[in-house]
Design a protein around this ligand. Structure first.
Ligand code: 9WN
Length: 451
């Protein structure tokens, strides 16, 4: 275990510069109660962003990291769901679409348990929160106990997982389904293309995009994608966000989403042990979810996990980084782990100009080096894969990815993502999770037991 100070002076100086830059981003993007993903493109609080951000913030301020998660939990619904956006009431409605007047959570979601305030969206994002809360706790267990952080967070996070189990097991095999392409966090991945073709888009005049005021059209989802996103969200809203009342037009078992559910279920087990309550139900659920993940989504021929389209009950024939994210799950069968590692190093994901992992198959028919989740390489998925490599003992690969991540995060001014064919920074800069996860990887050799 080396500390920053044990390293050669030039490396230590570079690390300090990077650390300062990352801290600056998180300070600038802090609103007083939480962190916006980007000051321009995303001016509210996002669910899985906040989990990634808290993981990095704990290295700057444990109190602030706790606050980040607690602000998000203030938007939790009584049915347990953690909404994908918690809106800042001070931000004008025309700055981000869809805004609170589209989701109408406090009115349309009242029966399902939406809070009266704050206003939120009605859909969810990947359940990384329990892992984030556990890592924040571990950063300073004494401070956490003094503030009762775990004792307050644990029942809320357990209720969140209960929601996913009770309302989102749409395939009946135990895995959680996502019902909107924004839910897996990889909005316009080619994995959703076929299923989205069955969705009648909302009329173009029925909504006004705000993302193109800041993002380049070549980087963003298309208008047709947005028409379908709006249609699906409108149908959900009109059903009162009640998963029992609506036959979801889009329903997928996503490997990345379920992998994060598993690591978070293990984190709940660790929290339960720490709090002196029964951890066995969480461990049993994590084990069962891991079995179902492999049984329902593993494609042995392709060497990665696939999304399952529940409308057709078939695996989606696309290779996406979401199919590699399950590497983060401890307790995967050994041969699955080895195949994932081979796939990472193979022609579909080994990019010429970045050590990060492209979001979609480099050789795939829909590959687009610039367009969001259709090719660009993202820092959050790289962090998850780094954690997976580390978990399964591939230390040399993990270290290579960590070094690449840190160099590219600093070199890109903490970009949202990079073009995997040129290495060029794309999307917004000073992006919060890029900065937060850089901070975490800078500290990675100073820690950390697995939950
Ligand atoms: C819709 C905030 C979010 C991320 C998602 C990313 C993008 C939103 C958008 O930005 O999605 O939720 O407007 O494009 O796809 O992963 O959480 O950073």
């Amino acid at each position: 275990m080396k500390s920053l100070l044990d390293r050669p002076a030039s490396t230590a100086a570079a690390a300090l510069t990077l650390r300062r830059g990352a801290a600056r981003v998180l300070i600038d993007n802090w609103t007083g109660t939480s962190t916006v993903p980007s000051r321009t493109l995303y001016p509210h609080q996002w669910s899985w962003d906040s989990a990634f951000i808290a993981i990095g913030l704990r290295h700057l301020s444990v109190r602030r990291a706790q606050r980040e998660l607690e602000s998000l939990l203030a938007g939790q619904w009584a049915d347990g769901r953690i909404p994908h956006i918690v809106f800042n009431p001070a931000v004008p409605h025309d700055v981000y679409f869809p805004s609170p007047d589209f989701w109408q959570s406090s009115r349309a979601g009242r029966e399902a348990g939406a809070p009266a305030t704050p206003e939120t969206s009605g859909i969810v994002q990947p359940p990384l929160h329990a892992l984030a809360a556990w890592l924040v706790h571990q950063a300073d267990p004494q401070e956490s106990r003094r503030r009762g952080f775990l004792a307050r967070a644990y029942p809320r996070l357990a209720a969140w997982h209960d929601y996913l189990r009770a309302r989102r097991d749409l395939g009946g095999g135990g895995l959680a389904a996502v019902v909107h392409p924004w839910e897996p966090g990889m909005d316009n991945s080619p994995c959703w293309d076929q299923a989205l073709q069955r969705i009648e888009p909302a009329a173009p005049g029925a909504f006004q995009r705000a993302d193109l005021n800041h993002g380049h059209p070549a980087d963003r989802p298309t208008d047709l994608d947005y028409g379908r996103y709006v249609r699906l969200a409108t149908d959900y809203r009109e059903a009162g966000y009640d998963d029992r009342a609506l036959h979801h037009g889009f329903a997928m078992e996503d490997p990345g989403f379920n992998a994060l559910l598993i690591v978070s279920e293990r984190a709940l087990a660790a929290m339960a042990r720490d709090l002196g309550t029964d951890d066995a139900p969480h461990t049993a659920r994590a084990d069962e979810l891991t079995r179902q993940l492999v049984a329902r989504l593993w494609d042995d021929e392709a060497g990665l996990f696939r999304a399952r389209d529940l409308s057709t009950d078939t695996l989606v024939d696309e290779r996406s980084v979401t199919g590699l994210v399950p590497l983060v799950v401890p307790g995967l069968p050994h041969d699955v782990v080895r195949r994932l590692q081979d796939t990472l190093d193979g022609p579909h994901f080994s990019a010429p100009a970045t050590r990060l992992v492209p979001s979609y198959d480099l050789t795939g028919h829909a590959f687009d080096a610039q367009r969001y989740w259709r090719g660009p390489a993202w820092f959050n998925t790289a962090w998850l894969i780094h954690r997976g490599l580390h978990t399964h003992g591939f230390q040399a690969d993990a270290e290579r990815l960590r070094q690449g991540f840190l160099a590219e995060a600093g070199g890109s001014r903490f970009a949202e993502y990079v073009d995997p064919t040129t290495g060029a920074a794309r999307g917004s800069r000073h992006f919060s999770w890029t900065a937060a996860l850089a901070l975490d990887l800078l500290s990675a050799d100073l820690e950390e037991p697995q939950p």
